[in-house]
Design a protein around this ligand. Structure first.
Ligand SMILES: O=C(O)CCC(=O)C(=O)O
Ligand SMILES: [Fe+2]
Length: 303
């Protein structure tokens, strides 16, 4: 074959300069979070605002073929609460095209020390400037708890705000080093934070810190527009109210390494755990949900 194959995941030299350094990869491994360089241009971010406004106004390029059991999906009749819309990378081609920038996957691959990064989930988030609205507070949690059907311990999340994002806006806040903690046994941690009591989760964080002889050091991520905050799937994080006078807009892009596979997982009471993908993705040869199904879990970057 003489035709040259262009590598769809190749980075330009300018992009390679934006990857985390070896030191930064080591910092991520030690602390469980990383604030990136400017990975998206202002016009890419502005395009996300426009595309997601069209989405909120009712535009989708495709809809999920069925409604999975634990879907977060804001619709206008829910009113001026915090909006969460899962599978935004599936429903909006414009959003997907921007989020699937190979540079983003390459940064995640360095952090996770993986040869391949696929999308796991993406959630479009809109936090209205209403400090009194309780749904705007995100209680302390680790994402791993919601992904117990995943074999991987290296999954991570890219939090991508659509503007400068600071404490006043209720930015995402990390509990430094908490990804390395062991857990107090006995809690049914698979229940989503939206279905749990905030004070109970606050206590659970304190109990887990004490269990590890650790202090709770909270690090608000001050994220300039175009930069991305990454956190390990076991890093505790949360966020407070939006005290600004404009909405806080973001996508949480949850990522899996190429080796991630389905694993069966039982709750403490013996009932099996499901992830929403399990009713959507194709099956592997063994009849298990295939977390490499490119329809739902497209590859972002491969070595
Ligand atoms: O919206 C937030 O501040 C937190 C989002 C979150 O939990 C995540 O990105 O995993
Ligand atoms: Fe989270």
């Amino acid at each position: 074959m003489t035709a040259e194959l262009t590598d769809q995941f190749a980075l330009t030299e300018a992009e390679r300069a934006l990857l985390p350094t070896d030191d930064e990869v080591a910092q991520y491994a030690a602390h469980g979070w990383y604030l990136s360089r400017k990975l998206f241009t202002d016009s890419e971010i502005d395009a996300l605002v426009e595309a997601t406004e069209r989405f909120y106004a009712g535009h989708t390029d495709r809809r999920l073929p069925l409604r999975p059991p634990n879907l977060a999906y804001w619709t206008p009749e829910k009113g001026d609460v915090q909006r969460h819309n899962d599978y935004i990378h599936y429903e909006s081609d414009e959003v997907a095209a921007i989020l699937r920038k190979p540079l983003l996957g390459a940064v995640a691959a360095r952090l996770a020390q993986a040869d391949e990064i696929r999308v796991w989930q993406s959630t479009l988030i809109f936090k209205p400037p209403r400090p009194e609205e309780a749904s705007n507070q995100v209680p302390w949690h680790m994402d791993r708890h919601y992904w117990q059907t995943c074999a991987s311990e290296r999954m991570l999340t890219a939090f991508i705000p659509f503007h400068d994002c600071d404490e006043r806006m209720g930015t995402i806040t990390m509990v430094d080093g908490s990804h390395a903690w062991t857990e107090v046994p006995g809690d049914d941690s698979t229940r989503h934070f939206a279905q749990r009591d905030r004070a109970e989760l606050e206590e659970l964080l304190a109990a887990n810190a004490a269990h590890n002889g650790a202090e709770v050091r909270k690090v608000p991520m001050i994220i300039p527009k175009g930069h991305v905050s990454f956190h390990h799937c076991r890093t505790y994080h949360g966020s407070g109210a939006n005290l600004a006078d404009v909405p806080r807009r973001a996508v949480s892009l949850h990522l899996q390494d190429g080796d991630n596979r389905f694993r069966p997982f039982l709750k403490p009471d013996g009932t099996p755990v499901f992830y929403n993908h399990d009713v959507l993705v194709r099956r592997t040869e063994d009849g298990l949900p295939d977390y490499a199904d490119q329809n739902y879990c497209p590859t972002l970057w491969r070595k």
